[in-house]
Ligand binder design. Structure first.
Ligand code: MLT
Length: 263
């Protein structure tokens, strides 16, 4: 389905019972809504699962501006159009950065937060340099080259050894990202603020989920992030890397379902 929000169009999927607790799932970089297929299929039996493509990704419009705040504003407008006053906001990695911006700007629409394989800190200089290099790769060699450079870090060692088909699946998704979206999101992530001081203000239940083999958002960093959230609880998923929801969907879904059922 397509929604017109602000100056662009957002593609989104909306499945599950209309009166189920709404769960808005925000994909990471450079993903699209397909990241959440294992959650959409399982969790929509009980919950209303909304999986949009952020602007610049999937079938959404690619026009800017790009920022974590803009992504959050787009999603708040989408919820309003869908008649949803409050939702559980779930973001993985860059989606978690968007979830933090959503809390900063639209807290009244937040029933609870789920942060998966993400971080509250801003980029350091080394990360900004890597992002500049990736922008050059995207502009000169395209999304497929970006996918090749990113996919190994996206999944854990267990998935790489035992599930090459999942690695290929993730790579295909990364390779489909529009170059405008890749560049826009990289530039936006480089200037996103440090949200560490925001964490103690989170006054709703929060679940932090991380794969034990995540090398991009390691367990120790997510443990510290979660400890700074007043009602934060941490779930570490065994044998999973950065896309823990794809690598170990049953464990991820169980953690989410148990959390949402208690709200
Ligand atoms: C993601 O999966 O969204 C990215 O790893 C986020 C990032 O590059 O910081």
């Amino acid at each position: 389905m397509l929604a017109h929000v602000h100056n662009t169009t957002l593609w989104y999927d909306d499945v599950g019972p209309a009166d189920g607790t709404p769960l808005l799932c925000i994909h990471g970089f450079p993903h699209d809504h397909r990241l959440w297929e294992p959650q959409r299929d399982a969790l929509s039996k009980h919950y209303r699962v909304i999986t949009p493509d952020l602007r610049g990704f999937g079938a959404s419009g690619t026009n800017g501006p790009y920022s974590m705040d803009q992504f959050a504003d787009d999603l708040a407008a989408l919820l309003t159009q869908l008649g949803i006053p409050r939702a559980v906001i779930c973001g993985l990695s860059m989606g978690g950065y968007v979830a933090l911006a959503f809390w900063r700007r639209h807290a009244r629409h937040v029933r609870a937060l789920i942060f998966a394989d993400t971080k509250a800190t801003a980029d350091d200089d080394a990360t900004r340099t890597k992002r500049q290099q990736l922008i050059q790769v995207a502009m000169h060699a395209g999304a497929s080259a970006v996918a090749d450079s990113q996919v190994t870090g996206m999944v854990g060692a267990t998935t790489r050894a035992d599930h090459p088909e999942l690695v290929e699946h993730v790579r295909d998704m990364l390779a489909a990202a529009p170059v405008e979206g890749i560049v826009g999101a990289l530039e936006a992530m480089m200037v996103r603020p440090d949200s560490t001081a925001l964490l103690p203000t989170i006054g709703v239940p929060a679940l932090c989920i991380v794969g034990d083999q995540d090398v991009i958002s390691p367990v120790k960093d997510m443990r510290a992030m979660c400890a700074a959230i007043p009602h934060g609880e941490l779930r570490v998923i065994d044998d999973a890397g950065h896309v823990s929801n794809v690598e170990q969907p049953d464990a991820f879904n169980e953690a989410v379902a148990q959390f949402v059922a208690r709200l």
